[in-house]
Design a protein around this ligand. Structure first.
Ligand code: MN
Length: 299
């Protein structure tokens, strides 16, 4: 039985993190069989009506499910920049996220931590990259004190100019030089930019620490053109033991503002309970098949 935790992004439930929204999301994730839920980091100016970190930690304990945290930096808090004001806001957001994750009892923060998640109107620059690395090096130090690992999630060319491939991300992580920084692979972004999924896993190597299972159109797993068999086979072959988290969003459940943020212009699914249950079965069956493929054939 593969030991990977199977996770679900809280956005599947719509991302409402009020007390009742958080309670529903955690309970439904556990009921669908997931081991882990990925929770979006609060904004720098958090919504006071949202469930607190300690309230969320209590829910996670009650339902015996692990929590991790993710974020994508916004345009006014970009650290892939030479603009000091923006970079400072980004660094404060990252530090606040470390404190939030620590209060939550989460040991991982993933996502687009190195850059704003948006299309750039200029190529990457050496100085902006160096700034991003310097900020993340300080953030990694804060995180290490709390036993937290940072996952650098590279994204496609339309969502950052800095890290679009596993190779670029490994070079960035090596330049950063902290033990608690890993590569966070998202199959949707890899599908756009890599030769294939296998190559992304191979290049990430032992630095691979977190996986977003996301379909080529961001909809339900298994209904697009991602090579899932190739991906899971390579994960098994390289001994990847980290989490695999389904990431899919639908404009049927998220707010109108969130739908615009992530470009959800059409409805790919509308029943989150059925979607969650099918996604869990999809990941578990691919994990089991890939693991079985590694065993010698029975005689
Ligand atoms: Mn992702």
């Amino acid at each position: 039985m593969p030991g990977n935790l199977v996770g679900i992004h809280s956005g599947v439930w719509g991302g409402d993190w009020s007390s009742s929204g958080a309670a529903d999301a955690v309970a439904r994730s556990a009921a669908a069989g997931f081991d882990l839920i990925e929770i979006s980091a609060p904004a720098l100016d958090p919504d006071p009506t949202n469930a607190s970190a300690s309230e969320t930690a209590r829910l996670l304990g009650e339902h015996r499910i692990a929590g991790v945290v993710s974020l994508a930096l916004g345009a006014d808090e970009d650290i892939n920049t030479e603009d000091v004001g923006r970079s400072d806001r980004g660094e404060r957001r990252l530090a606040a996220t470390v404190a939030y994750a620590a209060d939550l009892g989460a040991d991982f923060i993933g996502g687009v931590l190195f850059s704003k998640m948006a299309r750039y109107d200029h190529p990457p620059t050496a100085r902006a990259r160096a700034n991003s690395i310097a900020v993340l090096r300080r953030t990694a130090e804060l995180a290490a004190r709390e036993g937290i690992t940072l996952g650098i999630e590279y994204v496609n060319r339309y969502e950052s100019n800095l890290l679009n491939t596993a190779a670029q991300t490994i070079a960035f992580i090596e330049d950063l030089g902290a033990d608690n920084v890993v590569l966070h692979l998202d199959t949707f972004h890899a599908h756009v930019e890599e030769p294939d999924q296998r190559n992304a896993v191979l290049v990430a190597g032992p630095r691979l620490g977190y996986v977003h299972a996301s379909e080529s159109h961001r909809g339900e797993l298994g209904t697009g053109s991602i090579d899932w068999t190739g991906l899971f086979r390579e994960l098994a072959r390289t001994g990847y033991a980290g989490p695999i988290t389904v990431e899919t969003f639908s404009n049927a459940v998220v707010s109108a503002a969130q739908a615009v943020d992530i470009g959800l212009w059409r409805t790919l699914w509308s029943d989150p309970v059925a979607l969650a249950s099918r996604s869990h079965a999809f990941i578990r069956s691919h994990l089991a098949a890939a693991e079985a493929g590694l065993q010698p054939a029975p005689r």
